[in-house]
Design a protein around this ligand. Structure first.
Ligand code: 8FK
Length: 138
């Protein structure tokens, strides 16, 4: 059939959540993404998959929701995440898109799993939504 059109770019600035994740969670997540972006295996994931450059006109027929590190960063900066879990879900979507299109045994999928392992390690101490109350010692 015909090549599917490019899906709408995220974040949808006309559809931001009323209660996005608080500042301290957004800052934590942005720091993790910055660290991941410095990994050599992150290079193919820094920007959206370029279907023209890679000559893969049917990419969007298989991958209906493309995701990459720059889009996650834009969503963090725009306050597009309602829950910190959704930032983790987007990272895993990026990895799973890669595995789905290229195959689990491909070199690019091994790179995706490498950065995913580092991402999970850095997220071990994700801060809770509400900060612990400052105790006022009477
Ligand atoms: C994640 N991923 C891919 O999932 C992908 C999708 C289809 C075909 C190949 C690949 S490997 C890949 C390569 C680049 N980029 C390059 O190879 C650069 C930029 C275009 C040509 O050289 C970017 C994303 C990507």
């Amino acid at each position: 059939t015909d090549p599917a059109p490019k899906p709408p770019t995220e974040p949808d600035l006309n559809n931001l959540p009323t209660n996005p994740i608080p500042k301290h969670q957004q800052q934590f997540a942005s720091r993790v993404i910055k660290i991941i972006k410095r990994m050599k295996d992150a290079a193919p994931f820094l920007a959206p998959v370029d279907v023209e450059k890679l000559k893969i006109p049917f990419y969007y027929n298989y991958i209906t929701r493309p995701m990459d590190l720059s889009t996650i960063e834009k969503k963090l900066n725009a306050g597009a995440y309602e829950d910190i879990q959704h930032y983790i879900d987007d990272f895993n979507l990026m990895v799973n898109n890669c595995i789905k299109f290229n195959g689990s045994d491909s070199g690019i999928s091994q790179m995706a799993r490498n950065i995913q392992a580092s991402f999970e390690k850095h997220n071990l101490n994700i801060p809770p939504r509400e900060l612990p109350k400052k105790e006022t010692h009477s």
